[in-house]
Design a protein around this ligand. Structure first.
Ligand code: DGJ
Length: 730
């Protein structure tokens, strides 16, 4: 038995992220993928079936992976299958189910070979080929590892060479196994203005399914992100936790099944609901990636893995800059004209933010967009509101020295629109049933190449009107009812998949021509926040709920999966908290305003202006720093969150009063995290309201002190929000 575990490539930064070796004596292969902290280990049995045998902290010596061995006493030998095929020996939830060209429903997948490529210092790609011994049917499993970030993306490709079409009944992206004594699932539910409501529960025998069947605005009730703790609920700094998300902007399905041997099987992918997919011979079906990370020292580390990965490898321009802005949605709604907008441009300048963002309501003539009942689809400037078009607003913006961005919702149509009358066959609706509306609108069939062209043109024409257009807010307010595409005739089961693929095609086209224009991913709030879409977007809109107290919770939950730079946070009139509190909460991400600037009192205005300047000085730490959740709003009267610059020379700590009962406040010091224990820091309160004296008295403290003893941010009813800056004292 020869063990071949030498690194194939060695660099100054890292040894190879993945190795592969085999023990030919029993025709058994062990394949392992290592990242800085973790390892994923696959192993074949003597009949060449591939199994997950380990996902967890990596071993000191890779030789040990081979000793893990398969699990005895499994009736099928495939409870831990790396990609569970349906219809042969399997007794559990499958990852893949197929009806072959001859009508047979069975599938068996055997290991053929595997290949490992090092794509960069950080990234490796492992491909594992599987084949059915009885049918010309093949699956390739892909594992893309990000060594430094401890993240893996996993997906599959399915292809066959049978005589005729086959039907894919199920086609997961990933099939994983975790081994613990007990499993604690944290997942999310929600609705409009109610995004990211967490629930944590101990998994019991059977299957827990997280899914969406909404088509568009797919996360309205539930996003695909979730985490599983092993043995007990993980905390910020302790415990084993797995965090995962499907990179797909449509229907998803994740099954979490405890098998008869108490392994947790996780199978995640596109939801096969109403979607048996006909696959032609030689056509390759590729599933979207499922991204995940694992930490054995708490959720904080896992979330920072995802943040690092997202900023470096997924989110558009994740390491770049972002524009602060003034948005007019809540200050005008649909009621504006050129004069009002020009005044808002001046307000933008006065406020000191980078850009003015014109929201919904600027288009439609025969059916003017004066409320949400009409106009969607008719993307020509409304001549009454904007007699001189967008170009004129853009020109004024230039004169005023601010950038200009605009809202669109190009996937949708109001029945009261020219588009609806002209292209009824583009509209998703059932031919023999009544139309049913979500926000008085319907969805266009984005699976249709003509609709894709149309949506692309909507965007492209805006850049023709304003070549300097600085920003797009891409909204998507409706779910899909009455799913039916005229184009698909009697093969409607491709409908949902075609839609998302169509959306990505358009976004790819847009990004080809406009690679870096910032775009906000919005969906009636946070109805479409996922990494499938975020590779084309610079930021997302977490929720229309901008009540700052609510936002602390909503942003807190998103932050387990998404970095602060991607979170567009606007100061609005929602909520009862003081103005400073609202601004401070919005600073924990990408700052924007959606308030009537000219109605602000002098003090508020002064505060806003200085807050924008303060933000410009600290935003780099928030965007690119490591985030530490110091005190949870669920368990404490005061919530604290900190961002620490990668070189640990600066940190910004945000503290908010959560409990408004008599005399509540921060009674004890809060311990900082992630600082350099050997450095000293000047600690001072920033972003003070004009005339207010700091509640927190500045001083110099050792990093060691700050992390072991901590500081009391002095939050109370009179100082409900306190931002503290820590700067290395040299
Ligand atoms: C829903 C978005 O979430 C809001 O911010 C706003 O853009 C409206 N749509 C406009 O209709």
């Amino acid at each position: 038995m020869k063990l071949n575990n030498r690194p194939i490539v060695k660099t100054a930064f890292t040894v190879l992220a993945a190795y592969m070796y085999s023990t030919s004596a029993h025709a058994q292969h062990t394949i392992y993928l290592e990242t800085a902290q973790n390892a994923l280990v696959l192993q074949t049995d003597s009949a060449h079936h591939l199994n997950n045998v380990y996902l967890g902290r990596r071993l000191n010596s890779a030789a040990g992976y081979e000793q893990i061995g398969l699990q005895p006493g499994d009736y099928t030998g495939m409870y831990n299958s790396a990609y569970t095929p349906a219809g042969s020996r399997n007794l559990l939830e499958p990852a893949i189910a197929v009806t072959h060209a001859d009508g047979n429903n069975s599938l068996d997948l055997k290991y053929v070979n595997s290949d490992l490529k090092k794509l960069s210092d950080d990234i490796s790609l492992l491909e594992v080929h599987l084949k059915d011994p009885a049918y010309e049917f093949e699956v390739t499993l892909f594992y893309k590892s990000y060594y430094r970030e401890d993240v893996i993306e996993q997906w599959s490709q399915i292809v066959h060479h049978e005589k005729g079409q086959i039907i894919l009944q199920k086609y997961a992206s990933a099939n994983l196994s975790l081994k613990g004594n007990s499993y604690w699932l944290k997942h999310y539910h929600g609705d409009w203005a109610h995004e990211m409501q967490p629930q944590e529960t101990r998994l019991t025998a059977g299957i827990k399914t997280l899914d969406s069947k909404l088509g568009t605005r797919a996360n309205l009730f539930m996003p695909s992100v979730f985490m599983v703790s092993l043995d007990r609920p993980a905390t910020e700094d302790e415990g084993q936790v797995f965090c995962g998300a499907l990179e797909w902007s449509g229907n998803f399905r994740s099954d979490l099944e405890i098998d008869p041997q108490n392994n947790l099987r996780i199978i995640s992918g596109i939801n096969n609901y109403a979607s048996p997919y006909r696959l032609k011979p030689s056509e390759v079906f590729e599933t979207p990636a499922f991204v995940y990370t694992y930490s054995d020292h708490g959720i904080g580390a896992a979330s920072r893995n995802l943040h690092d990965w997202a900023r470096k490898h997924k989110l558009l321009d994740g390491q770049g800059s972002r524009l602060t802005l003034l948005n007019n949605w809540e200050s005008t709604y649909f009621d504006f004209n050129e004069e009002k907008l020009k005044a808002l441009l001046k307000d933008t300048k006065k406020l000191g933010v980078d850009m003015f963002l014109l929201d919904d309501g600027w288009f439609g003539n025969k059916f003017p967009r004066n409320d949400d009942h009409a106009g969607l689809g008719d993307w020509q400037e409304n001549r009454k509101k904007l007699p001189n078009g967008i170009a004129s607003i853009a020109k004024s913006a230039q004169t005023d020295g601010v950038k200009f961005g605009i809202w669109i919702e190009p996937e949708m149509v109001n029945p009261k629109s020219d588009l609806y009358a002209k292209h009824p066959d583009w509209v998703i609706k059932q031919p023999h049933r009544d139309e049913f509306y979500f926000r008085n609108q319907l969805v266009l069939d984005l699976g249709n190449p003509e609709v894709q062209d149309f949506v692309y043109q909507v965007v492209d024409s805006l850049f023709i009107k304003d070549p300097n257009l600085a920003y797009l807010k891409w909204d998507c307010n409706a779910v899909i009812y009455n799913a039916y595409a005229v184009r698909l005739k009697n093969n409607q089961s491709q409908f949902y998949i075609d839609y998302v693929r169509g959306l990505y095609k358009v976004l790819q086209r847009i990004r080809k021509k406009y690679p870096s224009v910032p775009m906000m991913l919005c969906s009636g709030g946070g109805g479409r926040v996922d990494y499938g879409a975020l590779q084309y977007f610079t930021e997302y809109w977490p929720s229309d709920n901008t009540d700052p107290l609510e936002r602390i919770f909503i942003q807190w939950e998103y932050s387990f999966f998404y970095p602060a730079i991607a979170s567009a946070n606007h100061v609005t009139d929602w909520g009862k908290q003081p103005f400073k509190f609202r601004v401070d909460v919005a600073m924990m991400g990408k700052l924007g305003f959606d308030i009537v600037i000219n109605k602000l009192g002098d003090q508020d205005m002064k505060f806003c202006q200085s807050a924008v300047q303060t933000y410009n000085q600290i935003k780099q730490v928030i965007w690119q720093g490591d985030q530490y959740r110091l005190a949870s709003p669920y368990d404490n009267n005061v919530a604290s969150i900190a961002y620490v610059s990668p070189d640990k020379t600066r940190a910004i700590m945000f503290n908010y009063l959560i409990n408004y009962r008599y005399d509540e406040g921060s009674k004890r010091p809060v311990k900082l995290k992630g600082l350099d224990g050997s450095k000293s820091y000047l600690v001072k309160e920033i972003n003070l309201y004009p005339g207010a004296s700091p509640s927190y008295m500045q001083g110099i403290y050792a990093g060691d002190f700050l992390m072991k003893i901590g500081i009391n941010p002095q939050v109370d009813n009179n100082h409900s929000s306190v931002i503290i800056e820590l700067d290395e004292a040299r």
